[in-house]
Design a protein around this ligand. Structure first.
Ligand SMILES: [Zn+2]
Length: 316
């Protein structure tokens, strides 16, 4: 069986011309494609697959980051087709009232383009703000499969991976105050509200944890990782109540973004399964022996997801 990962799904918006997203029309076409090619797995069958560790043929849809897009454009389409989806929610926006840093970067680049933001970032960044021992490790791993222009790549690599976490928020704060002086206005249209999450849950969708602050987990101590996991599940439960499925997905994804300690931590906290990003089907071995790192395809690996056809969704 196949799990597919989506991020932004929306129509074009000319006020953010460089913003990368899957156009909702192509999302609909891709659902038709999956339906014809593989079929979809129902929520009940999926739960059975997990508990019996027996995969079946078909597709499961997952949506990361708690975007308003998922309520506005995805939910109606799934309900029309009698499908369920798994939605991974980072919970810090409910606490801070701010966009998560990775999304602030998308909005900065989306409106002004990689070159402008890269220039502005270079005026702020100094070498002592980078954690250099990670540079080599991440250089080969991150963003190697994207068609981003090089400035966009550079900004994302610096701000998501190479910058020391002590300086990251401050650097992004400075960029935001220059380019989006009224950041607080953005949040209402950006994420689902608590009542929208509740509505998703009541409509048969599965809501899972995507941490509190959307960090690269492997950059954190195991104690800090545990806080990210426990607090996000607690917040979710306070919003939607107890769920029959307890699931997690790693921010950014890829084997470099978590460790075996992270997997054990999720297991210990009663998580039924977690998603990584890895381009292959979920097999029996995964479900039996490694359910805290299930593989998941990016939507842009399938028809109607090619960046030749449209600007494809980013992998964060
Ligand atoms: Zn994410």
């Amino acid at each position: 069986m196949k799990a597919i990962m989506y991020h932004y799904v929306r129509p074009d918006n000319h006020s953010i011309p460089y913003f990368r997203h899957l156009h909702v029309d192509n999302f609909v076409k891709q659902l038709d494609y999956f339906e014809n090619e593989f079929g979809f797995i129902s929520r009940m069958d999926f739960q059975e697959c997990i508990s019996l560790a027996e995969p079946i043929k078909g597709v499961v849809l997952t949506f990361d980051d708690g975007f308003k897009d998922h309520y506005q454009y995805v939910l109606p389409e799934l309900l029309k087709r009698d499908l369920f989806g798994i939605f991974y929610i980072p919970t810090s926006p409910f606490i801070t009232g701010k966009l998560i840093d990775v999304h602030r970067i998308h909005m900065l680049i989306g409106k002004y383009g990689g070159n402008t933001i890269s220039d502005a970032m270079q005026r702020i960044l100094t070498k002592d703000m980078l954690s250099l021992e990670r540079v080599k490790e991440f250089q080969s791993e991150t963003y190697s499969r994207q068609n981003n222009d090089s400035s966009t790549n550079y900004v994302k690599r610096m701000l998501n991976y190479f910058i020391d976490y002590r300086y990251r928020e401050n650097v992004i704060d400075r960029l935001m105050s220059d380019f989006y002086p009224k950041e607080s206005d953005l949040i209402h249209d950006f994420y689902m509200t608590k009542s929208e999450l509740k509505h998703m849950h009541n409509s048969g969708m599965v809501l899972g944890s995507h941490t509190v602050n959307h960090p690269v987990m492997s950059k954190l101590s195991i104690e800090y990782q545990e806080r990210e996991v426990v607090q996000s599940f607690d917040m979710l439960e306070s919003i939607i109540g107890k769920s029959t499925i307890k699931t997690f997905c790693y921010p950014y994804g890829g084997f470099h973004t978590f460790t075996s300690q992270t997997e054990r931590l999720l297991e210990k906290n009663g998580c039924h399964f977690s998603f990584n990003v890895e381009s292959r089907d979920i097999n029996q071995e995964d479900l039996a022996n490694r359910r805290q790192a299930l593989p998941r395809f990016d939507c842009n690996e399938f028809p109607h997801g090619s960046s030749m056809e449209y600007r494809s969704g980013p992998r964060e």
